[in-house]
Write a protein that binds this ligand. Structure first.
Ligand code: EPU
Length: 396
């Protein structure tokens, strides 16, 4: 049965290690399409999306095997071009990165359009346009993308709006292209920096100058090891959980800079935050105060923590507004929270939330990874049992 029952807890206390970041390893796995020698990734999170990306790598002859529970060996020595037109592409949003990866490695790509979390419309026009700016000819029909040959020489890619995987896709296509690529309007997300560091290790000449990324294509044949950065969204979820429930939690293996805006908000609602280079500790001994948040591209408040933060707002003292500027349709959790007694009034792209002291357990339906996480936090706070249906979203 795809459900979980959660009961309330009084306090969160302890010390945990951050997992490797989902939104980093998915980019890094796509980047191994360009690698010529073995790659070893450590701190690989055990999640479904990683399995799905490995399946797609295997389809083009790149072998993947675990050396231990979180150390993954990638062997690209038998990589060969193949179309990725199977429906597996729809099971993971980052399958779109094989567009840049295959073009960069083999000069052509044919793949099915991607899937991913249910967050409303998730177009891929920025990806397609970026490849066109690098000279690729692209045909789109019936859920398939077919692309041929990037050009040579210097070129400019310009994104009209922030896009994380769009930026990664342009980087992958540029990484093996002959010539210098200037990517303007690149996002500042730390997961892109993790990708840049990895590509540097396999010999790509790549530099970030703020929202400009300059790539001089060319992969050298090096075997490399790379530790995946800590998952700021997972850690943010644990910190918000502690602010909701109360208690004291230390998380190691995370760079606090990657969560600066979230830590600022947590302090404002009454949490004490202690950090060092590689850890964050939170102490919370009061009901959170209300606070308005607006999501945006990094370094703003991350959309991937908006549903979890909405649970905090739902039990805060006062009225808060939650506005999502990245996914205006990321709102399904508000209605689920209202079933528990929360007072969320939906508006375009968010909600006005009047905090209540208690939530009551009931049956909820998760429709995406982060809303499933939010419901789990609500279940830990609510009186009685909370049953969450479609909990498999959480294992992505
Ligand atoms: N957009 C377009 N056209 C495009 C691409 C994006 O209009 O071609 C729009 C989107 O609809 C959205 C905005 O631009 O409104 C930003 O989307 P972005 O491309 O940045 O999203 P993404 O790269 O597909 C990544 C994360 C998401 C995270 C978003 C925003 C990965 C694997 N996924 O998605 O993570 O929400 O950036 O930060 O990195 C999650 O982890 O739960 C998750 C959904």
């Amino acid at each position: 049965m795809d459900s979980i029952d959660i009961g309330p807890i009084n306090k969160i206390e302890g010390h945990i290690e951050a997992s490797g970041a989902k939104n980093s390893i998915l980019l890094l796995l796509a980047a191994t399409v360009l690698a010529k020698k073995h790659v070893i990734f450590s701190r690989v999170p055990k999640i479904k999306d990683v399995e799905k990306m490995c399946f797609l790598l295997n389809a083009i002859g790149i072998r993947t095997s675990y050396l231990s529970s979180d150390v993954l060996l990638i062997d690209p020595s038998d990589a060969k071009y193949a179309d990725l037109t199977g429906y597996e592409c729809q099971e993971v949003r980052t399958s779109i990165l094989f567009l840049g990866g295959l073009l960069g490695r083999f000069g052509k790509a044919k793949l099915r359009t991607p899937g991913g979390c249910n967050l409303g419309k998730r177009p891929i026009d920025f990806h397609i346009n970026a490849m066109r700016m690098m000279g690729a000819e692209i045909n789109l029909e019936e859920g398939l993308i077919e692309a041929t040959s990037l050009n040579r020489g210097d070129c400019v890619v310009d994104f009209p709006k922030s896009t994380v995987t769009g930026t990664a896709n342009a980087i992958l296509a540029a990484a093996n292209r002959q010539g210098e690529t200037h990517i303007h309007g690149a996002v500042l997300e730390p997961e892109i920096d993790d990708l840049i560091v990895f590509l540097g290790k396999i010999g790509v000449d790549i530099r970030r100058l703020g929202i400009l990324i300059v790539v001089n294509g060319g992969v050298k044949a090096d075997s490399v090891e790379h530790q995946v950065m800590g998952d700021r969204i997972e850690v943010g979820t644990y910190l918000i959980a502690t602010a909701i429930i109360g208690g004291r939690l230390k998380v190691s293996g995370i760079n606090p800079v990657t969560l600066a805006e979230v830590l600022r908000c947590l302090k404002q609602v009454g949490a004490q935050i202690m950090t060092d280079e590689d850890s964050i500790e939170i102490k919370m001994d009061q009901r959170p105060k209300a606070l308005d948040i607006v999501t945006g591209a990094y370094p703003a408040f991350p959309t991937d923590l908006q549903p979890q933060w909405s649970v905090l707002s739902a039990i805060s003292d006062g009225i808060s507004s939650v506005q999502d500027q990245i996914y205006i349709h990321r709102t399904d959790h508000f209605e689920e929270l209202n079933k528990m007694g929360a007072q969320c009034q939906l508006m375009t792209g968010g909600a006005i939330i009047k905090g209540v002291e208690n939530l009551s357990g009931t049956t909820l339906v998760a429709r995406s990874l982060r809303s499933a996480a939010a419901m789990a936090l609500a279940g830990l706070k609510a009186q009685g049992i909370t049953k969450i249906l479609n909990i498999s979203h959480l294992y992505r």
